[in-house]
Write a protein that binds this ligand. Sequence first.
Ligand SMILES: Nc1ncnc2c1ncn2[C@@H]1O[C@H](COP(=O)(O)OP(=O)(O)OP(=O)(O)O)[C@@H](O)[C@H]1O
Length: 475
Amino acid sequence: MSHSILIIDDEEPIAWALRRAFERDKHRVAVAATAEDGLVKARLHPPDVVFLDVKLPGMDGLTALGELKKTAPNAAVVVITAHGNLNTAVKAVEGGAFDYLAKPFELAQAVDATKRALSNRSEDTGARESLAEEDHSPDAIIGRSPSMQTVFKRIAKVAPSNACVLITGESGTGKELVARAIHANSPRRHKPLVPAHVAAFNPNLVESELFGHVKGAFTGAERARDGLLKLADGGTVFLDELADIPLPVQAKLLRVLERQEVQAVGGSDSQTVDVRIVSATHADLSSAVREGKFRHDLFFRLNVYPIHLPPLRDRVDDIPFLAEHFLRKFGVLNPAGAVPAETIAFLKSRPWPGNVRELRNALEHAAIESRGGPLRPEHFPEPSTAAGPVSLTERLRSLATEWVREQVQQLEGEEPADLHLKLIEAIEPAVLDETLRQVDGNRLVAARWLGLARATVRKLIRKYHPETVDPDGDE
Ligand SMILES: Nc1ncnc2c1ncn2[C@@H]1O[C@H](COP(=O)(O)OP(=O)(O)OP(=O)(O)O)[C@@H](O)[C@H]1O
């Protein structure tokens, strides 16, 4: 079915590529190079979908978004940003955008956003709960990689609600930062955000820390004390290291979530509390659930909206931006010039098992060592030996885990259909090419090495390298 699409972008190559893609799909396409022109076009011919660049000459895209919502309230607006950051994502969602794309994006992403927009259009009228009246900037979360763009989008979408969020990711990937951003962009932002670092509690006192205790509840409880959940009333509790919560405390936590009531240790009365729980874990909680170490009912209650942070080694393109951000924080005068290209390449090649935290610490160390000069690889500390995948096979397995999570996250609620095939197709060319390289292109030997029939190897070469002339001729 043909729909009407309006592209508001002053970058001609982008507008041209989008126009071509949509015209090929038989949609009616109009292009405007300014917001002002786009608004006139939208008034004359109300579009179904609008692609709206944020950076435009004259009126900027985010202002235009508000105007478009009045002019063409039924249009689904996809906001395009130069370098997506959390603030733009939040503002786009706040302004009622259907989705946002960060440049550079694949045409397929734009086509996919359009399909989703058109199928959701009747349900999604753009009426969303408003976020902040004023800008409450969270601690900056740096990330231009596609996986961090997905994270930003998810934060922006979930922040206004009361939904429990479970943030997963290795240690040092920024889980607490994300929790802070969710709170700072939620209607609860004027109330406290109370972090509860469960792993740091005395194991015997976890219950009292969370729920409080009455006077005399246990030896040493000389005075009644409110727990963290009560202290966070009206706000958000950030439950870090969820997997460390003992089973009996888990049961009590579930009651809090179900009834919004806490009962202090040793007490018989319940007190009402209104808290949102954002939790985090670096452990594989679903296997803890399988092993009976974590209650599945609590897991489902807390995991209403998952957000996964990929390890730094899977988003190395963020490293230059993170480096600049941290050096600025450390007061290095010209952070961009302080990191020569060879140092960036060196930083990108390190595995960073401690993720962004380790990168930040290493940069701080290097900034001191370099004494104000450019940062060179020799200024950095030895790589940390902190826990992280060691063998390549383990890394591969961990990458596959990350990959599945990312795929699921990117589909935003839609069910994946061909994960296995997609994974095979993602790695098979590398296995094939490297084997062939190792055996100097000898297909017979390659087939033996791979444990495949020669005809299968030939088929794979044809599949992944259709341009290759087949010396064996037709089968
Ligand atoms: N994307 C990011 N941009 C800027 N700073 C970041 C980013 N990610 C992490 N950091 C910084 O790295 C450090 C570690 O982040 P954080 O404490 O949020 O990680 P975490 O995943 O909660 O770690 P843990 O599991 O060990 O508690 C913090 O100083 C945080 O500010």
